[in-house]
Design a protein around this ligand. Structure first.
Ligand SMILES: Nc1nc2c(ncn2[C@@H]2O[C@H](COP(=O)(O)OP(=O)(O)OP(=O)(O)O)[C@@H](O)[C@H]2O)c(=O)[nH]1
Length: 337
């Protein structure tokens, strides 16, 4: 199955990092050269600017190849903060060097996220206010007021933007992973779950592939709406036994359950409980009781298996269950009922 990337935050942060590194790299180079050749403000500052430019181009290259680490981006932003603070500290107030502090709240929110951004933004804000107060000979209030208002406004706008973006992304992720009819997880969610379990879990993993028997007959006899009600009820019954987070609707009348168990018979017992519950239940539709059964194929995960391999293995067992008359659980050639 084609891998769908749902983490748009990582992509956005990488793009912001590339853009920031590119722009600040050029700016650092330019300012460093101007500082050395024409102004002579501070050799340390010029060195920092040139060093920062080199780091910027190096990190941009890494981000372009998507092999940068999140902590590198964090360190980069904190490094920029340190340079801005140093520049504010050494510059005269009339140079308005502190204006550079205004770009940082946006970078904090876009590159660090709203949970992490508050602390450095507050710290920088207080630092600039203290710097203005110390350096100003006359009443610093107009300058403090103007800086505070513009800084707070920029922070607020960036915060609202980041908050909405994060919420929309979460909503879209939920939508992408849920089946609209049964409100249970879908095939994409199964693939994500499988990926994380197969990489991290220490417990053996099994998969149950469940397919409702003669479901077409329900649709043909009672209508599509009745079929939908049965599908929703079956999803609920499966998840009532297997757990909501381990139940997936992977096709029309096909469901999947991921089981982590010490022994395969635990998975087979779980499959048997589900089979029994569904075959013992009558589903109510317009005062009529509808009955349905389910066939189940059980397969165990082996090292280096992909999800497709595992599903194919379970599918073989499912077809055997269907061939043997349906309403059965099959596992490696044997069946329980
Ligand atoms: N109501 C409803 N029907 C669906 C949905 N998705 C698939 N189906 C129906 O599920 C039926 C599947 O039929 P078949 O593949 O022939 O399978 P079956 O009738 O269950 O027979 P066996 O699997 O061989 O036991 C088809 O009639 C599909 O239209 C859905 O979301 N809602």
């Amino acid at each position: 199955m084609h891998e769908v990337e749902l983490d748009k935050t990582h992509k956005l942060r990488a793009k912001v990092l590339i853009g920031t590194c590119g722009l600040l790299g050029m700016l650092g180079l330019l300012l460093g050269v101007i500082n050395i050749l024409f102004i002579g403000l501070s050799p340390v500052l010029a060195g920092l600017q040139l060093g920062y430019a080199l780091v910027s181009f190096w990190l941009m290259q890494r981000a372009l190849n998507d092999n940068h680490k999140p902590w590198e981006a964090h360190l980069y932003v904190y490094g920029l903060t340190a340079i801005v603070m140093f520049a504010v500290y050494v510059a005269r107030l009339e140079s308005f060097m502190f204006c550079w502090a205004l770009i940082l709240p946006i970078l904090y929110l876009l590159m660090l996220g709203k949970q992490t951004a508050t602390l450095p933004a507050s710290f920088l804000f207080i630092f600039v206010l203290i710097d203005i107060s110390i350096k100003s000979d006359v009443m610093p209030w107009p300058m403090i007021l103007n800086f505070s208002c513009s800084y707070a406004l920029i922070w607020l706008i960036a915060y609202v933007y980041e908050n909405n973006r994060e919420r929309s992304e979460n909503e879209l992720q939920t939508l992408a992973l849920l089946d609209p009819l049964t409100q249970h997880y879908n095939r994409l969610a199964l693939s994500k779950r499988f990926q994380s379990l197969s990489q991290t879990s220490t417990l053996p993993m099994c998969i149950l592939l469940l397919d409702l028997d003669y479901f077409k007959v329900i649709n043909d006899t009672y209508g599509h709406e009745a079929g939908d009600i049965v599908l929703k009820a079956c999803a609920k019954q499966i998840s009532s036994i297997a757990g909501y987070s381990d139940t997936f609707r992977v096709g029309g009348e096909e469901f999947c359950v991921l089981v982590q168990a010490e022994h395969a018979n635990q998975a087979v017992e779980l499959a048997e409980s589900i089979r029994k519950l569904i075959s013992d239940t009558e589903f109510l539709f317009e005062n009529q009781n509808l009955a349905v059964t389910v066939s189940v194929g059980v397969a165990t995960f082996e090292a280096k298996m992909t999800l497709s391999n595992l599903l194919a293995k379970a599918d073989k067992q499912l077809y055997l269950a269907k061939d043997l008359g349906r309403n059965k659980v099959m596992f490696d050639g044997g069946y329980l009922k």
